[in-house]
Design a protein around this ligand. Structure first.
Ligand code: SAM
Length: 441
């Protein structure tokens, strides 16, 4: 049972400093913790939910008593200090704004900091919107998610990863009735729409950036995808209250392509991933990592921080990544090092962008060229090692932009990329019997 109090954003600063006040008393709603979301669905005027740490309050002699309304409990004193709050949650996004554990030491990117990455800029969004509308117009009624091609894909190698993942696990997923997938950091929703269309998944997509959520919604409506097949949640997954959002144990499948590099508290992140998956559920993660026992040079760290929104500039090592997954019952069945293939993709993307610069500038404006050119060059310079002999002939524009010389080949490629696939251990949350049943231990 939870005791909660709903309030508006504008009251939070004074509540945070002076506590909750009420004249003649403060009233709370008492609700089973599994039904908090449903219970406050009708509270349209509120933005925040304050959860009370009832045990602590009772221990300190604070009295609560029933009122004439069976769901309402009143506090006998007319002020309740913030030290008696358990957490404060944003009603719509489910993001935890405040917890009794105090301010986090781990640096978390704000939406404004995250959006500094030029891949998420207004110019890139405008480009997607214009191109998507023109594709939709050309395709008419036969429009499919895959017709959008690379326009709404903010990772490498297009749909390959989705096909690889579902090629491996689709048969098992299809045996599960109404298999549901959660896509963390869906961006413009490209990969999520593809798995919805191609593999029949019912998708919940989480995205932090408001502008990308808007584009995702527009593209879904171009395809006339019903909301019950593609539910979008706008919010920061790394601070999302998965219990309040009723995401716990709901998904047979979790995907995240190039999202986790933006989130520094990996321990908490993988705990949440395990929480949202059902026992035996499947996961696919594409991310950057650092080769074990190596370092990134200071320039690459700075580029990752400034241009790719990697909060500390240093991704986790493979060893650490595997340990974090394992600690949360996420069993790795495939860990593919994608570095070489991604590097070729990244250099080819950058070269063809630069080679088409004039045409693209005429179509999409100078801002688009400057911003995307800057981003593609930064990524090409951190994924610098290519297995190719005639680099200057093949990639003249990129070589010039990143200041490449043969001497750079001696520099190790310690920044790496991976595609990880696996399953949540059945025994992890619910005991051995489930594990035997699903054949995972
Ligand atoms: C490189 S993009 C990839 C988007 C999409 N997965 C794709 O492959 O097209 C990473 C996305 O993760 C989102 N993101 C980053 N941190 C997030 C967080 N804490 N919660 C939800 N989304 C997040 C970013 O806003 C961005 O849209």
């Amino acid at each position: 049972m939870e005791l909660i109090h709903a309030t508006r954003f504008e009251h939070w600063e004074s509540i945070r400093t002076e506590g909750l006040k009420g004249e003649p008393f403060i009233s709370f709603t008492a609700v089973d913790h599994k039904s908090v979301k449903g219970c406050i669905a009708g509270v349209v005027a509120a933005d925040l939910l304050i959860y009370v740490d009832v045990q602590k309050a009772l221990q300190d002699g604070i009295q609560f008593s029933p009122s004439s309304n069976p769901q309402t409990i009143v506090c006998e004193s007319n002020a309740l200090d913030v030290k008696y709050f358990a957490k404060v949650v944003n009603i719509r996004s489910g993001v935890i704004l405040w917890t009794s554990k105090g301010d986090e030491e781990i640096h978390t990117l704000t939406a404004t900091e995250l959006r500094k990455m030029k891949l998420y800029s207004d110019a890139r969004i405008r480009y997607t919107l214009n191109t998507a509308v023109s594709i939709a117009y050309t395709c008419g009624n036969s429009l499919k998610a895959s017709d959008f091609g690379f326009v709404d894909q903010l990772h490498y190698l297009g749909y390959e990863c989705m096909d690889d993942f579902f090629g491996r696990y689709a048969a098992s997923l299809q045996k599960m009735e109404n298999a549901r997938a959660i896509d963390i950091g869906t961006g413009m929703g490209g990969p999520a729409r593809y798995m919805q269309e191609q593999y029949g998944m019912q998708v919940t997509a989480i995205e932090y950036l408001h502008e990308l959520v808007k584009i995702c919604r527009i593209m879904n409506s171009l395809l006339q995808i019903p909301e019950e097949r593609f539910n979008i949640i706008e919010g920061d997954f790394s601070h999302m209250d998965v219990d309040y959002m009723q995401l716990e144990g709901q998904f047979q499948c979790l995907t995240a392509q190039l999202t986790f590099l933006h989130i520094s508290d990996k321990e908490d992140l993988f705990k949440r991933c395990a929480q949202v998956l059902t026992d035996g559920g499947y996961f696919m993660i594409e991310d950057y990592f650092l080769a074990d026992d190596t370092e990134l040079c200071p320039e690459d760290q700075q580029r990752l921080k400034d241009d790719v929104s990697v909060p500390t500039g240093v991704p986790v090592t493979e060893k650490r990544l595997r340990a974090l997954l394992e600690d949360n019952g996420l069993v790795v069945e495939e860990f593919e090092d994608m570095t070489d293939r991604w590097s070729v993709f990244i250099w080819e993307r950058c070269e063809s962008f630069m080679a088409d610069r004039q045409k693209l500038e005429a179509e999409h404006g100078v801002e688009y060229i400057q911003e995307l050119g800057h981003f593609y060059t930064a990524v090409a310079s951190v994924f610098h090692k290519l297995q190719c002999d005639s680099r200057i002939e093949r990639y003249p524009n990129v070589c010039q932009a990143v200041g490449w010389s043969p001497a750079l080949e001696t520099k190790d490629q310690n920044l790496r990329g991976c595609r990880i696939m696996g399953r949540k251990k059945s025994t992890f949350a619910n005991g051995a019997a489930n594990g035997v049943h699903n054949g995972i231990h």
